[in-house]
Design a protein around this ligand. Structure first.
Ligand code: F6R
Length: 262
């Protein structure tokens, strides 16, 4: 794996480790190794999870590792980043459904300790406040997995989001609705709102693992790593975090100039 994964640095931001991987499969394996190490070091880890295409390969690797006895999820708890609103969890486009299908059903996690915001809550503002309280009661997030939008969003925190927000209800931007419509029968079926951990909730995680693959992410990755922290690029807040891993493929890294292989 050595030559397939290269550590990129910019010579100053030692809090950020950027692993550039040959391809998506290598990226998925590298990300799974980081994730599994967290669980092996602390079996009762509180894990922050993401949906979307980016972490699917990592989840597949983790399923294999779990079946091979290399990682045990029996004591962990998890909190997902976000959910559409309004949407029932039984809907096949819900993020709860996604997590059950792509990870939870195939690993030895206690499903009662998995949390996804309830996109069908009668009082959605209360759901948001209760969600942050549940994260805090669990002891805070040890490792938060993130993908990144082509516009730099993390969770459903779109450009121009306030960096300090807790979990809250968001109106989705047109480009996010369009990007996510690939999973729905028609664009009109995509919910226009969501409940999402805020950047404040995400930033409070003790460590962060962002996975990104493909040319469509290259500009957002460059703006995040090489620009100044800027609410117009929500992921750029991560530059200020003390413990972040970026695990990205060569295409996503293709516009980096300041970050170079060590
Ligand atoms: C998913 C999430 C989103 C995605 C992002 C990238 O829970 O919160 O921010 O991580 O939209 O999506 P993919 O990985 O499908 O490109």
């Amino acid at each position: 794996m050595k030559t397939e994964v290269k550590l990129y640095t910019n010579g100053k931001d030692k809090n950020i480790r950027v692993y550039v991987c040959k391809d998506y499969e290598t990226l998925s394996k590298k990300a799974a190794t980081i994730f599994a190490s967290q669980v092996n070091l602390k079996p009762e880890s509180v894990l922050g999870l993401a949906t979307g295409s980016s972490p699917i390969g990592m989840y597949k690797e983790l399923i294999k590792m779990n079946k091979a006895g290399e990682v045990d999820f029996s004591k962990v708890s998890s909190f997902n980043l976000d959910e559409y609103y309004p949407l029932e969890e039984t809907n096949e486009q819900s993020y709860r459904y996604f997590m059950n299908q792509n990870l939870f059903k195939d690993i030895n996690i206690d499903i009662s300790r998995t949390h996804v915001p309830n996109g069908n809550a009668a009082d959605i503002e209360k759901e948001a406040a209760d969600y942050d309280k549940a994260v805090a009661d669990a002891g805070g997030i040890d490792l938060q997995v993130l993908g990144i939008g082509g516009n730099g969003h993390i969770g459903f925190n779109e450009p121009d989001s306030t960096f300090v927000l807790p979990t809250h209800v968001v109106n989705l931007k047109e480009d996010t609705i369009k990007a996510n419509s690939r999973f729905f029968a028609t664009i009109d079926d995509v919910p226009k709102r969501a409940i999402s951990m805020g950047i404040g909730t995400i930033f409070a995680a003790r460590s962060i693992l962002l996975v990104a693959s493909g040319k469509g992410k290259a500009e957002a990755i460059k703006a995040t790593l090489e620009g100044n922290p800027d609410p117009m690029v929500p992921a750029s807040v991560l530059k200020l975090h003390s413990n972040v891993y970026f695990v990205i493929d060569e295409e996503a890294a293709s516009l980096l100039e300041e970050y170079k292989p060590e």
